[in-house]
Design a protein around this ligand. Structure first.
Ligand code: ATP
Ligand code: MG
Length: 396
């Protein structure tokens, strides 16, 4: 091999090494054409589960652009190449004459994508009307096939690494969950046990006010425990899709107004502004949607203490958009995509506020059951907006 060929090959492979496998093949196809004539190129990949091959990439660059873009022309030869594990050249069955459409004179070259003994797919080139493939062409194409095999191997590694990260993150969440849940269950239990033991002590007598105070604490902590267990059950049912929804005509503006009234009763000094457009009723489960609004309100109060809240409701097309904005500390961008996951809480050293990371997960499951969308937008130190989009048409 002379130095020019080597340099050409080196430049070609280097230029084709891109971040994504699609961009890499695309670059390779473009870089290759000055040295290796082809009209179309298709790459087939064997699905390891089903053992069938699928077109991963198809590109029509030369003649017959429109006719061949779907890569069906390569199916047969690709399947044969994968079974035989060797390069196959297929020459046109008919002889060329003045009347023959060049598109019917297809020269096909198929090569396996092979790493060690594993065949992961095939690459097929087509030339309309020739020239016929010679030994040098096949050698060049074999190099391309090798490069493609490595490319897909790299993609598989990427996928595996990502799955692994996902699994690790889920394990971490479960671990955190166990720690949190035992802490969360123990705290109210500790209070209940402590105060009732104190009240039961024979050697001390408590005046009526103190007794009431202790009993109130016991009562509140029992409520907290109930709420926590409800949350856990609800999230488990939502996850397994066994929580039935009752869809009925519902005025979302009314539902939000009621939730706001309850919120103001609990936090009399809280400023909440409501700004509703005229909106039609929707089909929804009022209990569950009420839950969503309560959860979002309780987060705003918990994570943006003292901040005024703004609520808007608008119709655009056949959708309603609910927004709740606070002017609290905000959520760092890298955590935003995760906050709707089960048990996910944004780590924070000052975060003494109790919570299990179930609230937003429950919200998302409920909104998904309504075929809606829920997401958050946030700017650090400026605040957070939660948005819920629901269709005014009946779900399903
Ligand atoms: P739970 O709601 O189950 O009691 P939680 O409030 O921690 O617990 P989520 O409601 O799912 O769980 O919220 C997940 C995380 O998102 C919270 O831990 C918090 O870090 C962050 N978060 C939610 N709402 C806000 C907000 N308005 N401002 C800043 N951070 C928020
Ligand atoms: Mg919450």
């Amino acid at each position: 091999m002379d130095i020019n060929t080597l340099n050409t090959l080196y430049a070609l492979l280097q230029k084709s090494a891109r971040d994504s496998w699609k961009a890499s093949i695309e670059a390779l196809a473009n870089e290759l054409r000055p040295y290796f004539v082809f009209d179309n190129m298709a790459v087939f990949i064997v699905d390891p589960k089903t053992k069938t091959s699928e077109v991963a990439y198809a590109r029509a660059l030369g003649r017959g652009k429109t006719a061949e873009a779907d890569a069906a022309w390569g199916d047969r030869i690709a399947a044969e190449v994968i079974v035989r594990g060797e390069a196959i050249i297929q020459i046109p069955k008919i002889k060329a004459d003045a009347q023959t459409d060049r598109l019917r004179l297809s020269h096909l070259l198929g090569l396996p994508l092979r790493l060690e003994n594993e065949i992961s797919g095939a690459v097929v080139f087509i030339r309309f009307g020739g020239p016929a493939y010679n030994e040098e062409h096949v050698a060049t194409a074999a190099l391309v096939a090798m490069w493609l095999a490595l490319l897909f191997e790299r993609r598989n590694w990427h996928d595996t690494a990502k799955q692994l990260q996902d699994v690790q993150r889920r394990i971490r969440l479960q671990d955190d969950f166990l720690a949190t849940i035992s802490h969360e269950l123990r705290t109210p239990l500790g209070f209940i046990k402590g105060y009732s033991t104190t009240l039961l002590r024979q050697d001390t007598s408590w005046d009526e006010n103190t007794q009431r105070e202790f009993l109130t604490i016991i009562d509140e902590e029992a409520d907290r425990l109930t709420q926590l267990i409800d949350d856990l059950l609800e999230s488990a049912r939502l996850q397994s899709n066994t929580l039935p929804m009752k869809f009925q005509p519902l005025r979302l503006d009314g539902l939000i107004r009621d939730a706001t009234l309850r919120l103001k009763q609990r936090h009399p000094s809280l400023l909440v502004s409501l700004d509703f457009g005229t909106v039609p009723p929707i089909h929804a489960d009022s209990v569950h949607l009420g839950r969503v609004i309560e959860n979002l309100f309780s987060n705003a109060v918990k994570y943006a203490p003292g901040s005024p809240l703004e609520v808007t409701l608008r119709q655009t097309g056949d959708k309603l958009l609910f927004r709740l904005t606070d002017h609290g500390p905000g959520i760092p961008e890298k955590h935003l995509p995760m906050i709707f996951e089960r048990f996910y809480r944004v780590p924070s050293d000052s975060n003494a506020s109790a919570g299990t990371g179930l609230g937003l997960y429950i919200c998302r499951q409920i909104i998904l059951a309504h075929h809606g969308k829920i997401w958050a937008e946030s700017k650090l130190k400026q605040g957070t907006t939660f948005l819920v989009e629901l269709s005014i048409r009946p779900p399903g």
